[in-house]
Write a protein that binds this ligand. Sequence first.
Ligand code: HSE
Length: 306
Amino acid sequence: MQITAYAPATVANVACGFDILGFAVEKPGDTVTVNFKKTAGVKITKIIGNKNLPLDAVKNTAGYAVIKLLEYLNEKRGIEMELHKNMPLGSGLGSSAASSVAALLAVNKILGEPLTKEELIPFAMEGERLACGAAHADNVAPALLGGFTLIRSYDPLDVIKIKTPKNLFSAVIHPHVEVSTEDARKILKKQITLKQAITQWGNTAGLIAGLLQEDLGLIARSLQDVVIEPIRSLLIPGFNEVKAAALKAGALGCSISGSGPSIFALANSISKAQYIAKNMENEILKMKIKCDVFVSPINHEGAKIL
Ligand code: HSE
């Protein structure tokens, strides 16, 4: 019996929701194929698409998440798995989350689905802890559940899937410069002013209300980040130009995807998203930096068994 699962890329933070908001896109994404093996433990047999990731399961985010799951379930049967990486590391697209989520979903399935998707979130978070030192859930939750997800609380974990308007599309560009999430977290200030906090939570609440009320104007007004973007944007060449181009082309909003360097914009139609993405890409190409472009509807389903 062999099970393959797919988990999509995700845009974490969504401007104002640092560590508490994220959404899933249709592509790119990672797939993981799992099988039982004769001996106990977890073995990664192959990683296709990225030579730099460790095969040692304890050091690999997907392997480590599965080890934690098997420990929790007191599962003595061993698992072997093959990873198909379709997205670059350090891209801000939730690459580590996609691998661990796909691996967990596939392993949960082969074990007869002892846990729900929601119950897999803490194990995927362990993968994130290994990847960047912080067990943030704003990539793994939307990768698992799809749509927009809100992490209302980390302790205790309280994850809410937010109903998302049908006419919402995402344009993501990935400039080929690497930004490690760990480094991009280290440079953040530990404290913010009350004024910044008021602006930020107003926008976060506004964004959630906009999604629920399907009010694209409110979504557009709320897609602002006065805390993280001003600092992290310095790591992304041409960020201000890309953002200006996206807004000029009609984006509802534009900000850094996760910890960057990818930049996302939201739009009210797929053709608008394509147009916006083209204009964003042009700004990066002007700087002689290569760039990938991903345009897609919001992925409402999340990770799935293939
Ligand atoms: N919320 C995390 C961060 C997402 O911004 O560091 C990383 O993809």
